[in-house]
Write a protein that binds this ligand. Sequence first.
Ligand SMILES: Cc1cc2nc3c(=O)[nH]c(=O)nc-3n(C[C@H](O)[C@H](O)[C@H](O)COP(=O)(O)OP(=O)(O)OC[C@H]3O[C@@H](n4cnc5c(N)ncnc54)[C@H](O)[C@@H]3O)c2cc1C
Length: 435
Amino acid sequence: MTDLLVIGGGLAGSEAAYQAAQRGLKVRLSEMRPSVQTGAHQTHDLAELVCSNSLGSNLPDRASGLLKNETRMLGSMLVECAEAAALPAGGALAVDRELFARLVTERIENHPNIEILREEVKEIPDSLSIVTSGPLTSPALSQSIAALSGEEHLFFFDAIAPVIHADSINMNIAFRASRYGTGEEDAGDYINCPFTKEEYYLFVEALLKAERIELRSFEETIKSGVKAGHFFEGCLPVEIIAERGIDSLAFGPMRPVGLKDPRTGKRPYAVVQLRQDNLAGSLYNLVGFQTNLKYPEQKRVLRLIPGLENAEFMRYGQMHRNTFIASPKLLRPTLQHIERDDLFFAGQITGVEGYMGNIATGLLAGINAARFYHHEEPITLPQTTMLGALCHYVTHADLKDFQPMKANFGIFPPLESTSKIGKRERGKAYAERAL
Ligand SMILES: Cc1cc2nc3c(=O)[nH]c(=O)nc-3n(C[C@H](O)[C@H](O)[C@H](O)COP(=O)(O)OP(=O)(O)OC[C@H]3O[C@@H](n4cnc5c(N)ncnc54)[C@H](O)[C@@H]3O)c2cc1C
């Protein structure tokens, strides 16, 4: 006997299944990998991180740090696993992605109330369910969701950053440091590739001229009337940022603030930061360097980065689909469907963006599905909590301009005190109020 079906064993689905199982429900978690692939995941594991290995800030007065503290208080299993797989990353919670996914998979596999089925779900079930099929929801299930939700099924593109082998980085040029010296390791948590002004302009010129992968595979979907064409603003491909102006990268992902090149003693004109990607420290990702260049072009252009002239690529950057529903029209802040009390959505598919938001909404959907099952009122979290504010935002935003939203203080109701306080103090006050 199954009490609850969870569709998709990613971040949200794993957390949701666990929370409901902990509350006594018999849960069936359906995950389509490995028989059906998403195009971005590379393993069979549950909770695979598809791009960056960072779950964002761990500082208590930052929005993402607050969301972590809230989910910790609510007993998040995934945050526990992330802490067990943590790597040095300044004030952020970065993880060894393989270890993290393995720990989550083991916790789910060993739970007496959870059964994992490796199958693609093609239709929204009629019984108590949580849909956590993510931004790369399979086409068949997407159609079923579109049928349930009418015209308001949105669709757009996103891009992922390349990963390189650490021993191919030229450390005579690149140097270790964290911005403003805030890292955990004495030498600094990041590897930084410094540019002079001339090197930077040559690089941007090459980037702009490089060949990109055509978006053919998406065209049919676009023709069939699905909205497309805009990028995930927080995850723009570097070549698209570069198109906005010659110095946009130097003010964006390549900003050099808080860094000094030990060879010159000065701040470089621009910097590419590399972040450790696995526990062994043998792989590094290019922070903020999502791209859609053709693979040979990535190799050619990214090797123009000082220190990466001999870079060996473990994974190239790529573009992919990103699917999310029109939550302002379809969902309640409890994450229940507007017309079906027994149907929940969580994770990226709701328009809550980012690993931590996906975990947190999975957690709330798991708790609320269990409450529904036990004939208890599902919880609507106060808007003064980060998770409550996110759920409120995606269910109340103006549908016309609806875009995925990650944890940030801008969606909070203002503080009661009207006295002027600095940004950090404000963050602290928001966090205190929330907790
Ligand atoms: C390529 C890419 C890069 C991203 N990079 C970042 C990043 O760097 N940082 C960040 O914070 N966020 C990033 N995101 C956004 C988002 O946080 C992640 O995608 C996150 O993994 C989403 O969590 P989720 O649980 O909603 O979905 P997922 O983790 O994708 O899990 C969904 C699961 O459902 C399965 N599934 C899909 N359809 C079906 C079906 N019909 N039946 C059964 N199973 C199904 C999938 O195989 C998958 O395992 C990225 C998204 C993408 C697509």
